[in-house]
Ligand binder design. Structure first.
Ligand SMILES: NC(=O)c1ccc[n+]([C@@H]2O[C@H](COP(=O)([O-])OP(=O)(O)OC[C@H]3O[C@@H](n4cnc5c(N)ncnc54)[C@H](O)[C@@H]3O)[C@@H](O)[C@H]2O)c1
Length: 370
């Protein structure tokens, strides 16, 4: 029998420690490190603290907790990760930091060791660029909190080998995750295909609709939370940064950064964390009479964005639907929503929106086939 792969993790912050927990809990030996000494020294105590409530609730035995903690081995530097078969980095989100880490790792690992990046917004191709063996680099995008969220996006760049993808997928599925392949495109699947959920809500707000009406319409359509309440939950500052990063990468009115979002951030109305948001601390009132039209409009734009991503290749419609249901708790994926409304209804909605769009939003609603 082949020995079980050893997992390496670099960066023991929010994501890295959670990722280390995922594999340690599945029985893998995990070697992990962080550039910051206190993060290394208190990692095991933080892991214990994350697991103890489960023991208290009776959802995990004390012995199972000890077994998970025993699988996590904290090492002093990336140079001590030579035995790992797959190394996942969850360090600072800058290209130079990730490139220099991977270059340092290449000096100590075998040519087959897979190097995975948990980047949310950088190009996996760019991170792999300049390495001796770029073909071993994959993107492995976990969602926060990593031990809870089922979805993981697996990103191949043009030269990634099938062997690297297979090893990464196998160990991550063994660790209980649902792994969905996606192309090395800005925002991957979820962060990109979610944009119209927020963006079209902000467009409606711009046209004078109330935040309560918009959110109530989406609740009536089966969504667990309305788009503006979701911005309040995540933080308007985080949403603005994600939208700006998509706009910078894609330069298209589909990712228009609405003034209402910028104003929220400028005024410090960040949502829950600041005590005031678009809707928060209130909740949406009764759904308006035209709730179904609002939901159709938002779902038509979600379907259009998904169609654009699909047209760029490297992903399936089923993968996109599944990713949005798992990553965002949507009741249905964008293609499922389009099927529910009917393609003709979706097309007519987009045509109507395009015809009525103000000049700065022209081309926002065009489908990929146009
Ligand atoms: N927080 C999220 O919701 C989220 C979700 C998905 C992906 N990500 C991505 O995961 C990565 C980490 O994010 P985070 O939220 O865990 O950040 P974080 O700040 O909580 O943790 C980063 C850790 O990396 C360490 N570090 C920084 N530079 C290092 C280096 N060169 N070598 C070794 N250790 C280093 C820091 O000391 C810190 O402990 C980023 O790329 C981020 O974009 C974050």
């Amino acid at each position: 029998m082949m020995p079980a792969p050893i997992i390496g993790v670099v960066g023991l912050g929010t994501m890295g420690l959670g990722i280390a927990q995922v594999y340690a809990a599945a029985g893998f030996k995990v070697l992990a490190t962080d550039a910051h000494e206190p993060a290394r020294l208190n990692a095991l105590a933080r892991l214990r603290a994350a697991l103890e409530p489960r023991v208290v609730k009776g959802a995990m035995t004390a012995a199972a907790l000890e077994a998970i903690v025993a699988n996590l081995h904290i090492v002093g530097s990336p140079e001590a990760l030579g035995a790992a078969n797959l190394i996942i980095e969850a360090i600072l989100e800058t290209l130079p930091a990730k490139q220099s880490l991977f270059a340092a790792l290449e000096a100590v690992v075998s040519p087959e060791t897979v190097l995975a990046t948990n980047t949310s917004s950088l190009s996996v191709t760019a991170i792999a660029g300049g390495l001796k063996h770029p073909e071993r680099v994959v993107g492995l995008h976990f969602f926060n909190p990593a031990p809870v969220m089922k979805l993981v996006e697996l990103i191949a760049h043009p030269d990634t080998t099938k062997t690297a993808l297979t090893l990464t997928r196998d160990v991550t599925e063994t660790a209980g995750k649902i792994v969905i392949a996606c192309p090395d495109r800005p925002g991957f699947i979820v962060n990109r295909c979610a944009r119209p959920f927020y963006g079209e809500a902000l467009a409606l707000l711009d046209e004078g609709r109330s935040a309560s009406d918009i959110d109530a319409a989406m609740l009536a359509a089966g969504y667990r939370i309305g788009p503006l309440s979701l911005i309040d939950l995540i933080g308007a500052d985080i949403n603005l940064a994600a939208t700006e990063s998509m706009q910078t990468a894609m330069h298209h009115p589909r990712y228009h950064v609405f003034t209402a979002l910028k104003s929220q951030v400028a005024a410090g109305r960040l949502g829950r964390k600041s005590g005031q948001g678009f809707v928060f601390p209130d909740v949406p009132e009764a759904a308006p009479k035209d709730a179904a039209d609002i939901a159709l409009r938002i779902e038509a734009t979600l379907a259009n964005e998904a169609a654009w991503l699909l047209s760029e290749g490297g992903v399936t419609a089923e993968g996109i639907d599944k990713a949005l249901k798992l990553g965002l708790n949507f009741p249905r994926g964008p293609f499922e929503a389009a099927a529910l409304h009917g393609p003709a209804q979706v097309r007519m909605t987009l045509e109507r929106l395009e015809a009525a769009a103000p000049s700065h939003l022209k081309t926002r609603y065009l489908p990929p086939s146009a």
